[in-house]
Design a binder for this molecule. Structure first.
Ligand code: COA
Length: 415
């Protein structure tokens, strides 16, 4: 079966996490992704967080499926020549070097335009234009600068980062969308363009509800859905809201049976207005259905803490999966807190290909995420990440280099 991006060739100059997530998605959609790495060392993540000595780390393998790898010293003149032929034959160049690194390599926008006016040059940077444009950035810096950390955590604690890699993988997703849009526009214009996804901007895009709340707070000085209401204090910036949903349907994380021993015996419970009578019946508080103090969403906002304390008395009588089953029978939105161990064993996620097992020549079998985006006419088959330089000869021969050329480049440590 054909793939959505079949025929698209990507010069993948990415490393670490943000860029590789983007190019992995493109590869999953069928693009031919050629990862360019430094000879000898390659992407730094190959050797980081290793669980098996001498073997590509899970960090690397889980971010670089379905790609080809070539090694190339782009600081040598002959390496630059190879890079130029790649630029001529690819549709997209993706990079996430520190600001200025690509220009220092001589790969300026003008240079790319001269070689291949159809090329799309897509970049992840920590910040967009402005006072921090030159800064190097990693995941948690982006979470902090993009508004996620100041709005995550509990009111009486410090700002918190989240385990979801919204700065890296989140930005990679944004960049992939920009690339696909640019490819589509190129169909009409015949021209490539630059695509930039700064990590701060991508995190802010994911935190837009908090920017919404900043304006609500400035207008009214209070937000009824936040745990600071009704008895706490609001300052002049959006506060940390713990596990409150902060949205139109109040929610909370509640203990379930076994919480004393199991750190994940919890459930997220949403008191959706539409199913309030059902919630009252399930927890045995039928009287609340018509009680003026609880009957309307606005009235309930004044009593959220005692309401959730009462619901928790019920959730503590059930394990999280039993609670989920019972609540779903009544269409009450809720979700068990799943550990990574539970997720790794989840039959549905394996069935859908969101969790896959992959064979690797030096690592053996390992577990990875598959493509979370499902397309009916472009299925994803996850294949293992490449070994360092595994496809150097193959790719260079496709570019027209002979065996003798390859031997010379190898002798001169260009590849
Ligand atoms: N051959 C020769 N040199 C190469 C090369 C190759 N194949 N590939 C990369 N290099 C060189 C570059 O030319 C550059 O050298 P220079 O600084 O002398 O110009 C250097 O390697 C690139 O390094 P840099 O990007 O600065 O890496 P770093 O390890 O110092 O920093 C980051 C890592 C992630 C902090 C930085 O790349 C960054 O801020 N990226 C943008 C934001 C981002 O994506 N962050 C998320 C990472 S998950």
């Amino acid at each position: 079966m054909s793939k959505a991006l079949e025929g698209v060739r990507v010069l993948d100059f990415t490393h670490v996490q943000s860029g590789p997530t983007c190019t992995q998605l493109l590869a999953w959609f069928g693009a031919d992704v050629i990862k360019v790495e430094r000879a000898g060392e390659g992407d730094a993540t190959r050797g980081q967080l290793r669980d098996i000595p001498g073997v590509d780390s899970l960090y690397f393998t889980m971010l670089n499926h379905n790609k080809r790898s070539i090694t190339l010293d782009t600081k040598k003149a002959k390496g630059r020549e190879v890079l130029d032929s790649l630029i001529k034959s690819c549709d997209v160049l993706v990079e996430n070097f520190a600001p200025g690194a690509l220009d220092r390599m001589g790969i300026t926008w003008a240079h790319v335009q001269k070689l291949n006016p159809r090329m799309i040059v897509a970049s992840v940077k920590g910040f967009g234009p402005g006072k921090y444009a030159e800064c190097k950035v990693y995941e948690n810096v982006a979470q902090c600068a993009g508004g996620a950390a100041s709005t995550t955590g509990f009111e009486d604690g410090p700002p918190l980062v989240t385990g979801a890699q919204i700065g890296d993988s989140g930005t990679g997703l944004h960049l992939a969308l920009g690339i696909v849009a640019a490819l589509y526009q190129r169909e009409r214009t015949g021209r490539g363009q630059k695509v930039l996804a700064p990590m701060q901007d991508a995190v802010l895009n994911l935190c837009r509800v908090k920017l919404r709340d900043q304006q609500r707070l400035e207008r009214s000085g209070v937000m009824h859905e936040y745990p600071q209401y009704p008895d706490g204090q609001f300052g002049d910036a959006v506060p940390r809201a713990g596990n409150a949903s902060g949205g139109g349907q109040p929610g909370a994380i509640l203990k379930c049976k076994g919480w004393e021993a199991d750190p994940n015996a919890y459930i997220y419970f949403i008191t959706q207005a539409a199913v309030w009578p059902a919630i009252c019946r399930v927890i045995g508080e039928e009287g609340w259905v018509d009680d003026a103090a609880y009957a309307t969403p606005a009235a309930r906002l004044l009593h959220l803490k005692p309401i959730f304390a009462r619901i928790e008395k019920w959730t503590m009588t059930q394990d999280k999966f039993a609670a989920m089953d019972i609540l779903n029978e009544h269409d009450i939105p809720c979700g068990p807190i799943l550990s990574m161990k539970e997720i790794a064993a989840d039959a549905s996620l394996r069935e859908s290909g969101t969790i896959v097992e992959v064979d690797h020549p030096t690592r053996g079998r390992y577990l990875s995420v598959g493509n979370p985006i499902k397309m009916s006419d472009s299925p994803t088959e996850v294949t293992r990440s490449p070994l360092l330089g595994e496809h150097t000869d193959e790719v260079l021969q496709q570019l027209g280099y002979s065996s003798e050329d390859l031997a010379t480049l190898r002798a001169e440590k260009v590849i």
